[in-house]
Unconditional design. Structure first.
Length: 416
């Protein structure tokens, strides 16, 4: 496996004394013939102002564009049959969306935290809206529901901060038959048997154009409009070669990576190596901070944390494959979900100096059977070991009766 210096990677950059994922601006054109966009394909992958989806597209995977689309609208093709969980989560500039009727269900968290979303039009044919699908869309003021809707999940529209209207194409009797536990909370906002004035509210995104990509020169494409093009089975986009089209599915190549972080790096920024399929990382002794989601999904079995490290951020190693971790005593607090859902984690070594384990820090570590808490530990917050496989918690400070009793209660709760 090739070992790569962080400065050599196109997708990352050194900014002062920190390393971060390189932000890329432009437009994405996905060629005709693609049927599916895979899970996480463009997840936090850039700051795309426009995305063109072909009329052959049938599926958008989980978190496919989450945190990476910065345009105001996007045209979802009428051929679309499935949108995965959180596909457009945290798209901060999205204002308008039309959901085509061929899509039977809007998945959970599909558009949540799209803070500037103003208008949602759901076409006839859609039958279900998942949990939290449009939650925390604070500016959502106009919602068009089709008469075909049969079920709406919990908190689907929670967190709206403006006055809003729900235009429902069916009758009041039809509305009462919708499987929606929160229906009475919203009934006063519903206008029955009416559609929105589309000329006033519905905006459209970028239309697809045939650029004749097979004949175009790759360099011209890169220098031009950041067009993604199918060329000998490889997607050409702003110089990237880590995207491929295989069996009409566009996806990340996701080859295993061994990263060496060089120079006097003191901080690894939010989401820097999130979902990058890293199997090995060498961290410098100068490192002080590993921030939010920095190594989530890390594919290696172990990682050596430098002794001078001061911070492991919230969710820093969530969903990782690590089996063993030693936390240096320079870390005063292990933040929430730092090692959450590390289902293969078997051994945790905490050193003298660590004082606090926050809520959910080791949540879901099912193979973790035993842990020793050094004398310096003074606080273990609620649910720090939720859904763990712990059979033993050793409190080294024998005089700390409060902590000992609390850990006994934790073990009893885990047995239930």
């Amino acid at each position: 496996m090739k070992r790569e210096l962080i400065g050599d990677l196109k997708r990352f950059k050194v900014n002062g004394n920190s390393v971060e994922k390189r932000q890329i601006y432009g437009e994405v054109y996905i060629p005709s013939g693609v049927r599916e966009i895979s899970d996480y394909c463009f997840y936090r992958d850039g700051m795309w102002q426009a995305i063109c989806l072909p009329d052959t597209l049938e599926k958008i995977g989980e978190l496919a564009f989450a945190g990476g689309f910065y345009g105001e609208s996007i045209n979802l093709p009428k051929t679309l049959k499935e949108i995965g969980r959180g596909a457009f989560n945290e798209c901060p500039n999205l204002k308008y969306i039309v959901v085509p009727g061929n899509l039977k269900k809007i998945s959970q968290m599909c558009f949540n935290f799209c803070y500037n979303l103003v208008n949602v039009t759901i076409d006839e044919g859609v039958q279900e809206i998942g949990d939290f699908a449009f939650s925390f869309c604070r500016k959502l003021s106009h919602i068009q529901l089709p008469s075909t809707i049969k079920k709406i999940g919990k908190n689907a529209f929670s967190g709206i901060k403006v006055d809003y209207h729900i235009y429902y194409a069916g009758t009041k009797k039809d509305f009462e038959n919708i499987d929606w536990i929160e229906r009475n909370k919203y009934v006063d906002k519903v206008i029955f048997e009416k559609k929105m004035d589309e000329n006033e509210f519905v905006k459209t995104g970028l239309d697809c154009v045939d650029f004749g990509y097979d004949e175009m020169d790759a360099k011209e494409m890169i220098a031009g409009r950041n067009i993604i093009s199918r060329r000998n089975g490889v997607v050409i986009a702003y110089g990237r070669d880590d995207l491929i089209i295989k069996d009409d599915v566009i996806m990340r190549r996701n080859e295993p990576k061994h990263i060496i972080i060089t120079r006097d790096i003191v901080s690894i920024e939010d989401f820097c190596f999130d979902k990058e399929n890293l199997v090995a990382v060498e961290l410098p002794d100068t490192l002080k901070e590993i921030k939010f989601h920095s190594f989530s999904g890390f594919a290696g079995e172990s990682i050596t944390l430098p002794k001078g490290l001061k911070k492991i951020g919230h969710s820093a190693f969530i969903n990782s494959a690590i089996k063993k971790i030693e936390v240096p005593g320079s870390i005063k607090a292990i933040e929430g979900m730092a090692f959450g859902d590390c289902v293969d984690l078997e051994e945790v070594i905490l050193n003298e100096g660590t004082e606090k384990i926050e809520s959910f820090a080791f949540c879901g570590c099912k193979k973790l059977k035993s842990i020793r808490l050094p004398k310096s530990i003074v606080e273990v917050q609620a649910e720090a070991f939720r859904k763990c496989g712990l059979k033993e918690i050793i409190v080294e400070d024998d005089s700390n009766e409060f902590l000992k009793n609390k850990m006994k209660m934790v073990l009893e709760k885990l047995k239930l």
